[in-house]
Design a protein around this ligand. Structure first.
Ligand SMILES: [Zn+2]
Length: 452
């Protein structure tokens, strides 16, 4: 079957400026050619009208959680219900993602394949099943890990289709976002009955352990202030708060840090990229394993724990050592933390960004295309460049993730997104492997599985 995506402005994923008004001809699952519009050579083709719209390659998202059937996060948390995983995948799809890497890390090959079968998005897994990461997960949580998961080592995962190691040292074992939005609120609610927000829990965490996670950073006044801010004054003592935060964060912390060096070595051995949790707490260890001959991806180099200056300097020094600098959209625009926009824009403006992903942000990540929309309007990155960072660049960094994808060129797999130039996040049409799976911004029915 032939489909012509007609008359759209094309950003082909290779980094250049848009090409005005072209037809993208798709035959079977492949892009056949890109031609001047309306040349009439394909009279029987199905037409997707893209006039006045922007055509880009399907996005390739290298950092997602809750997107495969199995333990959630690299802390081995209990799996999300299948319906929730499906809903997460739908959301990524409607945001223009056509390939994603689930970096929960304990997903088995069978579960990854089952998820991939069940949804039009191409789902691949990364593994964090190394001895130290498994130990850190067991300490921090491990509630979703069965004997089968424990036995499914990273080596085996890669042999059976995992395309990377990761997320190594995630926020759930390294005192990052996961501690703030999941484990600390859980413990506080258990102790006091009070529900605290991720931002409140994070303030408390920083007051007890600092941004770089160290017991010497304890600041009694800041803890009192954070307790008051969270409505916990008189309900939780400073000492109890210190104990809760310390008990959530510290036991797994050193083990997880050790996991970074261990994963770098294994990644080198297995010849796959290693995606690491890059944050204030892990930056020294990430820098230490940079410059070795492993392909290291510094995940979310705009992590909220960094100051802007620190993030830029750190990314500069990582990049000098050949590390891939990834930024995650997180909840930068929809969230409550204004400094996240500065962080993201500063990295774009300094020309340091290689790839763009979403990460999880407690399930509230903003769309990649929203970030590209805002950042291009702010003038900190060009449109062609930014689209490449979320498509071809990701395919190049993770060779097993999306071969022949991420570009609108003849011979590539026909993963396409048609969206509005006035609001890039307003995705109209998504095509995966030549099949239209989103039309007018909605999932097309009867496309639940892809038969490629
Ligand atoms: Zn993550």
């Amino acid at each position: 079957m032939t489909t012509v995506v007609r008359g759209g402005d094309l950003v082909d994923g290779l980094g250049g400026d848009p090409r005005r008004g072209v037809d993208v001809v798709v035959e079977g699952g492949t892009i056949r050619e890109v031609v001047e519009p309306g040349n009439g050579e394909y009279p029987s083709a199905e037409v997707v009208d893209a006039s006045g719209l922007l055509v880009i390659p399907g996005l390739i998202n290298n950092h997602t959680h809750g997107t495969a059937y199995g333990p959630l996060f690299p802390s081995g948390h209990e799996p999300l219900p299948v319906a929730q995983v499906d809903a997460n995948l739908d959301r990524h799809l409607l945001e223009g993602t056509t390939t994603l890497l689930c970096v929960d890390g304990f997903i088995t090959a069978e579960a990854a394949a089952r998820t991939d079968e069940a949804h039009p998005i191409t789902v691949k897994a990364a593994s964090c099943n190394t001895p130290a990461c498994l130990e850190a997960a067991a300490i921090a949580d491990g509630g979703g890990l069965t004997d089968e998961h424990r036995a499914f080592t990273a080596r085996r995962a890669v042999a059976e289709g995992a395309v990377a190691l990761g997320e190594i040292g995630a926020g759930h074992t390294l005192g990052g976002g996961g501690a703030s939005y999941l484990y600390i609120p859980e413990q506080i609610a258990r102790r006091t009955g009070v529900t605290v927000s991720a931002v409140q829990a994070n303030d408390l965490k920083v007051a007890v352990l600092g941004r770089h996670i160290s017991t010497s950073a304890f600041d009694r006044d800041a803890v009192e202030e954070a307790l008051a801010g969270a409505g916990l004054a008189g309900k939780l003592s400073v000492e109890d708060a210190r104990e809760i935060v310390s008990r959530v964060v510290l036991p797994a912390f050193d083990v997880a840090l050790r996991g970074l060096a261990e994963a770098a070595e294994l990644g080198r051995d297995l010849g796959v990229p290693v995606l690491v949790h890059n944050a204030a707490a892990s930056m020294t260890q990430v820098a230490a394993i940079a410059g070795t001959d492993v392909r290291l991806v510094a995940g979310h180099s705009n992590h909220p724990s960094f100051t802007t200056r620190e993030a830029v300097r750190h990314a500069e020094s990582l990049k000098e050592k050949g590390v891939v600098v990834d930024v995650s959209v997180l909840d930068t625009f929809g969230g409550e933390r204004p400094h996240l926009t500065d962080l993201l824009y500063a990295l774009f403006e300094a020309g340091l960004v290689d790839t763009i992903s979403t990460d999880y942000a407690a399930g509230r990540h903003d769309p990649i295309l929203l970030a590209i929309d805002r950042a291009t309007r702010a003038g900190v990155v060009g449109l062609g460049e930014a689209v490449a960072m979320a498509t071809s660049a990701v395919a190049d960094v993770f060779p097993g993730l999306a071969p022949r994808r991420g570009r609108v060129v003849p011979g590539a797999v026909a993963d396409l997104v048609v969206t509005s130039p006035a609001a890039l996040e307003n995705v109209r049409t998504v095509m995966i492997g030549g099949k239209v799976v989103v039309r007018e911004g909605r999932r097309v029915a009867h496309e639940a599985s892809h038969d490629r």
